[in-house]
Design a protein around this ligand. Structure first.
Ligand code: DOR
Length: 443
């Protein structure tokens, strides 16, 4: 099967220009094929941009075990609508993905359910180094250096040292210092008690993020272990991330770019996340760090909970918000506002995650690469509405936001899974191939 996409403005690795892209089955066969090249289907993309499909390297799709919030099918449909062609999913499901057997179970589950491409991290515990050593078919190891949803905290120095010393897969970590978080919580409990969701940002404060990120960087450097700092939330951490070459990379999420403590009044627990949202100054510093590639990756940490779960008083309300179907549009809107370039968005949402996680043939529009592609309309204005969300939890913290710049067609391994406002729920994506001998991210 051959598909020709004509007349799109293509964001290619080295330039953005009008080009035609010929797809054969699941691969990009040619950029600007000869006029005589035949195709079974021709897509006229006049007025549209073609970018590599978004790779979201941090989602929680709750499957198995917590499927009243999301599952691998609904999460993947939300991806398709959002222009996301590949997701990497976190291990805090039930059961947790902390063994080779659990990893393989999840891969099998996804093969039957996901309409986009998928990969799963293997989660670290204090005792599972042998499983981490044996794991294959995975982007890498996830460590919760700081508790969050699920019971996966690895806080003991000895255990962290052992994981870094005795494993070879790249590591990513949730960095919030548990000692600081517990002390902050205790101080509020001993004092005024919890008054509102705003307290969440006092419990999980700047120091908690900074201390844990500093600790993670120290471990990575000591052991020469590739390390990806997930969801950086403070300006303080940015300075720590400088000058480690390709060894240490970092990621920022849309909610840490666009929400801050002032939003609790309007949105309450809908913006309760771990790490917590911080200040407007942090938003600005994080955005600036993304613009100059100090933070290489943008991912969502899509972490759905039902509104019923969210609507209980702090601190019983769970942390997490859904974002996969809106993250690309949120960033394209920034391009339209002149805050960053389209090329920078593509680098952070498509190319860098592929390089960080050693994905073979993904993240670029180039001959021989996988035909994971997203057509975007930079002039389309749409309003995010809870009732339109495909995520099973059925809400968005951006409800009511009007954005300009949206995905209009998503192609996964050569097959259109989203077009004309509709997702193809019957199609299936494929397991991502990783080659950890590739060497990872480079500047
Ligand atoms: O707020 C969060 N929720 N942060 C995480 O790291 C985990 C996530 C979840 O799984 O709910």
């Amino acid at each position: 099967m051959r598909t020709l996409i004509r007349n799109a403005t293509c964001v290619l690795p080295d330039e953005t220009r009008p080009a035609s892209v010929l797809i054969e089955d699941s691969k990009i066969l040619a950029i600007d094929p000869p006029e005589t090249a035949s195709a079974d289907e021709v897509i006229d993309a006049s007025g549209l941009h073609l970018i590599p499909g978004v790779i979201d390297d941090q989602v929680h799709f709750r499957d198995p075990g917590l499927t009243h919030k999301e599952d691998l099918h609904t999460g993947s449909l939300a991806c398709a609508k959002g222009g996301v062609t590949t997701f990497l999913e976190m291990p805090n499901t039930n059961p947790t993905t902390t063994s080779v057997a659990a990893l393989h179970d999840k891969l099998a589950l996804a093969a039957g359910k996901s309409v986009v491409n998928y990969g799963f991290y293997v989660g670290a515990t204090c005792e599972n180094v042998a499983e981490l050593q044996a794991a294959e078919r995975t982007p890498g190891i996830k460590i919760f250096i700081g508790s969050s949803t699920g019971n996966m905290l690895v806080d003991e120095q000895e255990a962290l040292e052992r994981i870094c010393a005795e494993t070879t897969l790249p590591i990513c970590a949730h960095c919030e210092d548990e000692t600081t978080v517990r002390a902050n919580r205790q101080r509020i409990e001993d004092g005024p008690g919890f008054q509102s969701y705003l307290d969440h940002s006092s419990v999980r404060d700047h120091a908690a993020a900074r201390i844990a990120t500093e600790r993670a960087i120290g471990l990575a450097k000591k052991h020469g272990h590739r390390f990806h700092v997930l969801h950086v939330s403070t300006a303080d951490e940015i300075a720590l991330l400088a000058d480690h070459g390709g060894l240490i990379t970092a990621e920022v999420c849309p909610h840490h770019l666009f929400f801050n403590v002032d939003d609790y009044e309007r949105l309450g627990s809908l913006v309760q996340m771990n790490p917590s949202v911080k200040t407007k100054t942090d938003n600005e510093a994080l955005f600036a760090a993304f613009v100059v590639n100090r933070i290489q990756v943008i991912a969502t940490d899509h972490a759905p909970h039902t509104l019923e779960e969210k609507n209980v008083a702090y601190p019983k309300s769970p942390s997490g918000l859904p974002a996969v179907e809106n993250s690309l549009a949120l960033m394209l809107d920034q391009v339209n506002k002149g805050h960053c370039t389209l090329e920078r968005v593509v680098a952070a949402m498509c190319d860098a995650p592929a390089r960080v996680w050693d994905m073979v043939s993904k993240g670029r529009i180039a001959e021989g690469y996988d035909a994971d592609l997203t057509l975007i309309d930079m002039n389309l204005t749409q309003t995010i509405r809870n009732e339109d969300q495909l995520t099973k939890c059925g809400w968005s913290p951006w409800h009511g936001a009007s954005l300009t710049g949206w995905p209009v067609r998503t192609i996964v391994m050569g097959q259109t899974v989203f077009a004309d406002g509709k997702v193809r729920a019957d199609l299936r994506g494929s397991e991502v191939q990783f080659d950890h001998s590739l060497g990872g991210y480079w500047d």
